[in-house]
Design a protein around this ligand. Structure first.
Ligand code: FAD
Ligand code: DHB
Length: 389
């Protein structure tokens, strides 16, 4: 098999890039380890920047997003008895859209056949070869046989645990990492949200987040220690803890119900530089991870592939490599700003086990300052809606 661009991974990064390249008339094949159903079963992101929704509009794949996506013009930072509303519409003129990663992925998957985007699901043992040459190849096993995909470029969209970043020789890149001593336990339940807007809560027991997927489906998270067992958190314990951490007003609006999904996600900041080696390029979680607090992960994957699609289009249409050469620096400039924001909001809103009483007072002083300062609220709002491309 031969194609122009071989993409590894059919998460948001791989699917968005695949569609953008197909729309530009470039031949693409995506190779994905899991089944389509498995990819759709992962409950992750919920908040989309306009950077991301704009790609769906540009692709003409935003019909459902326009109808079912919820436009959010503000969110809340709560601490103790206080709550700060960050009025993102008034402060930035922009908004975000609440639309689950699952739904975005489904829209992209469903449109693949009619757009001529080939996705090979359940491809095992994907390996990369000759990435430093102009004819890099993928080999893998599928339907019981060995397969090979020849290409001009390989794009690693295979997430943090994928094979592409690991195919780069040691010494040809550098990783920067920060692991946090806690995770987020998330539940999804078919109950109405406790508030029309998201609430990020700083509480002495730990962080909590009230989010949603629709007016009938809620998504909540609580901060838990890294070594937490899910079995120790029956639904009632999650709801009790949410009611404490989110405060009495949110608790009064909260409807409890059985969790239809419950999982724990670790928190990590990670960047791999550069996002290219030879003719292998990395995009999305394969190259960087942010803690979920700023809702930036999927949105960064979307901005990476926006840059990459335009650079690859330049290459295949005009034979120009200049934009491809600039890709790592262009993408990393935006990545590091999102890393900073996600780290800042994580520090501001979580309970760090090693924090002293002094650190706790500083956290509250910072929240008090934000409550009193339009400048501080603007800085948060403009990062939350997404920095310009
Ligand atoms: P992935 O979604 O990880 O996709 C990688 C794909 O590659 C997968 O399908 C995988 O099966 C495949 N793959 C892996 N290895 C191989 C292999 N060897 N061969 C072939 N295929 C392979 N982001 C936001 O922007 N907003 C949010 O509100 C938000 N909330 C989040 C909440 C939680 C709890 C979590 C965990 C994450 C959240 N994120 C959020 C982050 C977001 O989910 C990720 O950043 C996003 O999924 C990254 O997309 P990706 O395509 O780069 O990687
Ligand atoms: C969701 C996840 C986030 O990380 C976030 O900051 C906001 C919402 C969610 O899953 O709904």
């Amino acid at each position: 098999m031969k194609t122009d661009v071989a993409i590894v991974g059919a998460g948001p990064a791989g699917l968005l890039l695949g569609h953008l390249l197909c729309a530009a008339g470039i031949a693409v094949v995506i190779v994905e380890r899991q089944s389509a159903a498995h990819v759709l079963s992962r409950i992750r992101a919920g908040v989309l920047e306009t950077t991301t929704t704009d790609i769906m509009r540009q692709l003409g794949l935003d019909q459902r997003l326009k109808i079912e996506g919820l436009r959010h013009e503000g969110f809340h930072l709560s601490y103790g008895a206080r709550s700060i509303r960050i009025d993102i519409a008034a402060l930035t003129g922009k908004h975000v859209t609440v639309y689950g990663q699952t739904e975005l992925t489904r829209d992209l998957m469903d449109a693949a056949p009619q757009r001529g985007l080939e996705i090979l699901y359940e491809a095992a043992d994907v390996s990369l070869h000759d990435i430093e040459t102009a004819a890099p190849r993928l080999t893998f096993h599928r339907n019981g046989s060995a397969a090979m995909l020849e290409s001009r470029f390989i794009i690693g969209c295979d997430g943090f645990h994928g094979v592409c970043r690991r195919a780069i020789p040691a010494g040809a890149g550098r990783s920067f990492e920060k692991v946090y001593p806690f995770g987020w336990l998330g539940i999804l339940a078919d109950v109405p949200p406790c508030d029309p807007e998201l609430i990020y809560a700083n509480h002495a027991n730990g962080f909590a987040l009230a989010s949603m997927r629709s007016e009938a489906r809620s998504r909540y998270y609580v901060q838990v220690p890294s070594d937490t067992n899910l079995e120790d958190w029956p639904d009632d314990r999650v709801w009790d803890e949410l009611a404490i951490r989110l405060g009495p007003d949110a608790a009064a609006g909260m409807t409890r119900g059985p969790a239809i999904e419950k999982s724990i996600a670790p928190l990590r900041s990670f960047v791999f530089e550069p996002m290219r080696h030879g003719n292998l390029f990395l995009a999305g979680d394969a190259a960087h991870i942010v803690p979920p607090t700023g809702a930036k992960g999927l949105n960064l994957a979307a901005s990476d592939v926006t840059y990459l699609a335009s650079a690859l289009t330049d290459f295949f249409r005009h034979g120009q490599e200049a934009a491809l050469a600039l890709y790592p620096d262009r993408a990393l400039a935006r990545v590091w700003k999102s890393e900073r924001f996600s780290w800042f909001l994580t520090k501001l809103m979580h309970n760090f086990p090693d924090d002293s009483a002094f650190d706790r007072r500083i956290q509250h002083a910072e929240l008090d300052y934000i409550a009193s300062s339009k400048a501080a609220q603007t800085a948060i709002a403009e990062n939350y809606v997404g920095l310009p491309l």
